[in-house]
Design a protein around this ligand. Sequence first.
Ligand SMILES: Nc1nc2c(ncn2[C@@H]2O[C@H](COP(=O)(O)OP(=O)(O)OP(=O)(O)O)[C@@H](O)[C@H]2O)c(=O)[nH]1
Ligand SMILES: [Mg+2]
Length: 377
Amino acid sequence: MLERPASGTRALLVQVDFGQGGIEERLSEVSLLAESAGATVVGVVQGRRQAPDPAHYVGKGKAEEIGLVAKMNEADIVIFNHDITAAQQRNLERKLNCRVVDRSALILDIFALRAKSHEGKLQVELAQLQHLSTRLVRGWTHLERQKGGIGLRGPGEKQLETDRRLLGERVKLLKDRLAKLERQRSVRRRARERRDVLSVSLVGYTNAGKSTLFNALTKAGAYAADQLFATLDTTSRRLYLGEAGNIVLSDTVGFIRDLPHSLVAAFHATLEETAAADLLLHVVDSASEDREGQIAAVNSVLEEIGAGTLPQIQVWNKIDATLASPEVQQDACGKITRVLLSARTGEGLELLRQVLTDVALEHKAALAAASESPEPF
Ligand SMILES: Nc1nc2c(ncn2[C@@H]2O[C@H](COP(=O)(O)OP(=O)(O)OP(=O)(O)O)[C@@H](O)[C@H]2O)c(=O)[nH]1
Ligand SMILES: [Mg+2]
């Protein structure tokens, strides 16, 4: 449904500074997003504003500059690293004479490229249709207001109604199928819970190194790459920890700042699985300039999916790039807060294994104590 930038698509990036800071990091992130979608970045236009312009998002002069740079660099698309309204998109496309894509559409696009499992594909399609349906409605009201409905009645209106109805039917079908898969999944999860195995989820910003760490710990061949959203489907593996026995470790989809809401909604089953863990290992790219911003973005998605209060230990990954030493850090009460390691070189991996072993042993002891204590009735 959404047009996908074909590989080799020449993209011009637009980043507007509203005084929120971290512009360099935002620019390098959107470049990586564009490349992850298969595009080649041919230029960047930056601007500065107090607030978005209602009609064109950017001002008139800036729009002209974007048009010029796009033409000069033979750009096929202009990517705004912002969410723009359907009306702004239409106005811009007309003005720039070039296809315009916003940040949400770009992220949805990458998810569409990456989805492998049946469930993942259904979730992405649902998110795309929901993104589209808000645009149909918004586009409609916008035109209605402008032209008092004239020119929108008759066959055109019928077409829009039909599109909306078909869209609604497809959305309902997808939701039903996903609900069925979710029921099956919760049966599997209950079976796992009955075995009283500690379940640990790797969560974190996209590209932090979750899959690399997952592979290093479990020797599984999960796909790890220098791309955003390399992982979409949750993979779980048993991890043997000697005296503590087995735990279940899950590799999950990465988070990003301003994750499109339709995606969070469509992926809520996958995300809920994250929320069902006993412990979260929050993997952080400690070498990123935007480290603190990424940690905050991940914690806010965790809150959104009801996982904000789960026990969490941060794993500061990529210490080979920061030259820090492997280390376990604790707070004033002795609670473990951080493990510094490198999933790539393996430095500090043993420390993390030991931390997990201790948590698993505590979990076992707590379960044993609970089963020994008399039933409440
Ligand atoms: N220097 C360095 N690079 C690392 C380390 N761990 C992972 N990487 C690199 O970081 C990039 C992302 O790694 P992934 O494991 O795919 O990251 P992820 O968190 O699973 O990413 P998504 O699945 O896209 O959310 C890859 O290029 C890895 O090689 C590390 O310890 N040091
Ligand atoms: Mg991954």
